[in-house]
Ligand binder design. Structure first.
Ligand code: NAG
Ligand code: NAG
Ligand code: NAG
Ligand code: NAG
Ligand code: NAG
Ligand code: NAG
Ligand code: NAG
Ligand code: NAG
Ligand code: NAG
Ligand code: NAG
Length: 632
């Protein structure tokens, strides 16, 4: 007999909703009454039909499907109930199957993949280490969304068989420090995932009795060996809430870490300066630092970013979206802007809104996800939470998807009106360098950069000579990693391309013939997997059952509130039209932090007109581009 997992305010996952519905048809009247007493409307909520917003989720892209695991969802009654609901669903956006109708053209959301919350914990602020060679991903890190952390196990999801495996505790000599809101990457062609920093607390690690602490640990996970290994850290300082991207330079690619917060040794939070870029070389397990120049973003944490590069790899460009303000100087709680860091010149350039200054649109948000899609032609930004607003985020049939073109709208390289946010198009699968980059580094949209070193030179020390300078001048040729199991394959199914990184899927989708093949050939395996799964579920359920608590409304928290300015449970998103702040009215640069009282609006998608009305209610200061009132 299955038990309902959580308190009555917790919406049932789809499988359990069916169970409770059939109960209500039962003959015994008290059962009916009992069922009616539970909030029926909540019991049937799901993140497809009742979506308002999502945040702190983990994502990965494999074979043109963008998988979303964990984090929190807000349902469409959010403006009344202000509930942050753990997202127990494993879902994906199909990047080729688009919505039709009014808001057409966005990747469909499928919430039907298997995931039993009694077996696989629902975590926030972790990572999915995607493996597009073996068609799997591993969930690493993150914090429990209900109760305290349990004994830590790695879990892996198998895409071909729609099944989960419990991989047990990580294999390190000393138990690793599990953290949330660290930064990481997955590198399919090396078969490796990395994770650096994050918060260690009693909701990430069982038995942690200290206050939440920033981690200085760097870990590597080897996919095929299921092995977690501690690697060198850049220094002894704890860091969290930054971003990490992989670029195909050096001998085996390089990892670029930036932003977030740092514990300089006395346990307090300081911003990690946005111009101090940390670079890790997986080949030699060594770290380098380099100072960036240009239009430096204001200090921030919980932003998201992903990398693209020129076709000839003469520049590597990291696109950074939004984030939570952490500096003492900022005038906003969260950002609604886009910056780009170009390497090897280490120059920051602002691409939205405007090119200079600290201007940001209102309704900044943080804890969104950024994934390059369609061969890095576009970057899909999903979700995020909006301090001070409880409006929904392009909820109806768009599910908080937002699309940035890496070369400007339609990847022309020279976007009209500096337009980067625009409707998604799955037909484009080449990327180019935008003019905002080649204006600085030379060349054109196809590459050919002429400036190939930092504007003010490399930082002194080991960066010069054979150090970072030499690494960034090299372009590796990767060996193709081969699958360790039989992957049903058609002619479109190639080994990982020689430079495609983990998060950039090749175009190979399984043809329907292949899917039929999997279905038939996999039946026996599926039966075995199901048996194992049932056994694990049963065992795991017994193991966990007694410890489960419902702390749903008391979210992630402590690490998320800076100076108490970010309400923990009252958060809210909102955003104008599809391609984000497409609002033509202009923007007002420095909206003050939102008051604690949320703006009361219906929990529906809001249009540009409503946005402008809303904005008028908010006093703004420091306008150098004054808001144009809709009536004037
Ligand atoms: C596209 O998505 C819809 C909604 O999830 C689904 O019903 C349909 O089967 C999908 N089509 C394909 C070809 O995957
Ligand atoms: C975990 O982090 C704590 C605090 O930073 C540190 O003292 C400890 O050595 C770390 N453990 C491991 C295995 O790295
Ligand atoms: C978990 O850690 C938080 C933050 O330090 C603390 O307030 C809370 O009491 C801890 N809970 C338990 C059960 O130790
Ligand atoms: C901790 O160190 C930072 C940087 O050295 C300093 O700015 C801050 O005031 C210190 N905080 C405390 C509580 O000592
Ligand atoms: C570069 O120098 C720093 C300190 O100066 C050191 O910590 C780091 O290990 C050096 N990196 C390499 C690759 O030698
Ligand atoms: C942007 O903000 C930073 C501090 O966060 C400040 O140093 C810088 O001068 C500001 N830039 C402009 C153009 O106002
Ligand atoms: C981009 O392409 C789409 C579809 O091809 C087209 O409808 C749209 O007008 C184009 N946008 C611009 C700014 O050229
Ligand atoms: C993509 O190509 C298909 C098939 O040619 C076409 O039907 C569809 O309209 C195109 N989509 C866009 C956004 O241009
Ligand atoms: C990897 O595979 C791709 C596609 O099959 C091929 O073009 C490339 O040459 C291979 N690279 C190596 C190093 O074998
Ligand atoms: C914040 O706003 C105040 C008042 O408008 C202004 O003086 C200050 O320069 C702004 N600070 C930043 C970092 O933009």
């Amino acid at each position: 007999m299955m038990k309902l997992p959580h308190s009555s305010v917790f919406p049932f996952p789809p499988a359990l909703a069916g169970v409770s519905a059939s109960r209500s048809n039962g003959p015994r009247i008290f059962a009916v009454l009992l069922f009616l007493a539970t909030p029926l409307t909540q019991a049937i909520q799901n993140p497809r039909e009742n979506f308002c917003r999502r945040y702190a989720h983990q994502t990965t892209v494999i074979d043109d499907r963008l998988y979303i695991d964990g984090g929190y969802v807000n349902f469409d009654a959010f403006s009344q109930d202000h509930l942050n609901v753990p997202n127990t669903w494993l879902s994906f956006h199909d990047l080729h199957n688009l919505t039709t109708g009014t808001d057409s053209g966005w990747p469909q959301l499928n919430i039907g993949l298997k995931k039993d919350p009694q077996v696989v914990p629902t975590v926030a602020g972790g990572i999915l280490w995607g493996d597009d060679v073996n068609k799997k991903f591993v969930v690493y890190g993150g914090e429990a969304t209900q109760g305290l952390a349990q004994t830590y196990h790695l879990f892996s999801y198998d895409i071909l068989y729609n099944s989960w495996s419990d991989l047990g505790p990580p294999t390190t000599p000393i138990p690793p420090n599990i953290s949330s809101y660290g930064a990481g990457v997955s590198i399919s062609q090396l078969g490796q995932g990395y994770y650096y920093g994050g918060w260690i607390s009693n909701i990430t690690m069982r038995g942690w009795t200290q206050p939440p602490t920033m981690s200085s640990n760097m870990y590597r996970y080897d996919y095929d060996a299921n092995k977690l290994t501690p690697m060198n850290s850049p220094d002894r300082l704890g860091r969290a809430e930054g971003g990490m991207s992989w670029i195909p330079a050096g001998d085996n690619g390089l990892l670029v870490y930036l932003g977030g917060i740092v514990d300089r040794g006395n346990g307090t939070k300081s911003p990690q300066p946005m111009e101090k870029i940390l670079v890790y070389d997986p080949q030699t397990n060594a770290w380098y630092t380099q100072t960036a120049t240009g239009v430096i973003p204001q200090d921030r944490a919980r932003f998201c970013m992903d990398a693209a590069w020129a076709p000839d790899r003469s520049s590597y460009n990291i696109y950074l979206w939004g984030g939570l303000s952490v500096g003492p100087n900022a005038n906003v709680t969260a950002f609604n802007d886009v910056y780009l860091l170009t390497l090897p010149t280490f120059q920051w350039v602002k691409i939205f809104p405007g090119h200079q200054g600290n201007a940001t649109y209102d309704y900044g948000h943080h804890s969104a996800s950024c994934n390059m899609v369609m061969s890095r032609s576009q970057m899909m930004v999903i979700g995020g939470t909006y301090p001070g607003s409880d409006m929904c985020d392009l909820a109806q049939d768009i599910w908080a998807q937002h699309n940035i073109w890496t070369g400007g709208v339609n990847n022309t390289g020279e976007p009209p009106d500096d337009k980067y946010w625009a409707s998604y198009n799955p037909n484009v699968s080449t990327n180019v360098v935008p003019i905002d980059v080649y204006r600085l580094v030379g060349g054109d949209k196809n590459g050919g950069a002429t400036l190939l070193t930092p504007k003010n030179g490399y930082d002194s020390g080991n960066n010069t000579g054979t150090g970072l300078a030499a690494l960034l001048a090299r372009k590796p040729n990767f060996q193709n990693r081969t699958a360790t199991r039989s992957i049903p394959c058609t002619q479109s199914c190639q080994p990982t391309s020689s430079i495609a990184p983990a998060s950039s899927p090749s175009h190979s989708r399984l043809a329907s013939g292949a899917i039929v093949g999997i279905a038939i050939g996999g039946t026996l395996a599926l039966v075995l997997v199901l048996c194992a799964w049932w056994f694990l579920a049963k065992r795991h359920h017994e193991r966990r059952g007694t410890n489960r608590q419902s702390q749903m409304t008391q979210v992630s928290a402590f690490s998320g509130s800076y100076n108490g300015s970010v309400p923990v449970t009252v958060v809210s998103p909102l955003s104008p039209q599809g391609p984000w702040p497409g609002a033509p009215q202009g923007y007002y640069p420095y909206p003050p932090p939102q008051p604690q009282s949320p703006i009361q609006l219906p929990p529906s998608e809001i249009g540009a007109q409503q946005i402008s009305e809303l904005a008028e209610q908010t006093p703004s200061s420091g306008n150098n581009k004054p808001w144009q009132r809709s009536g004037e």
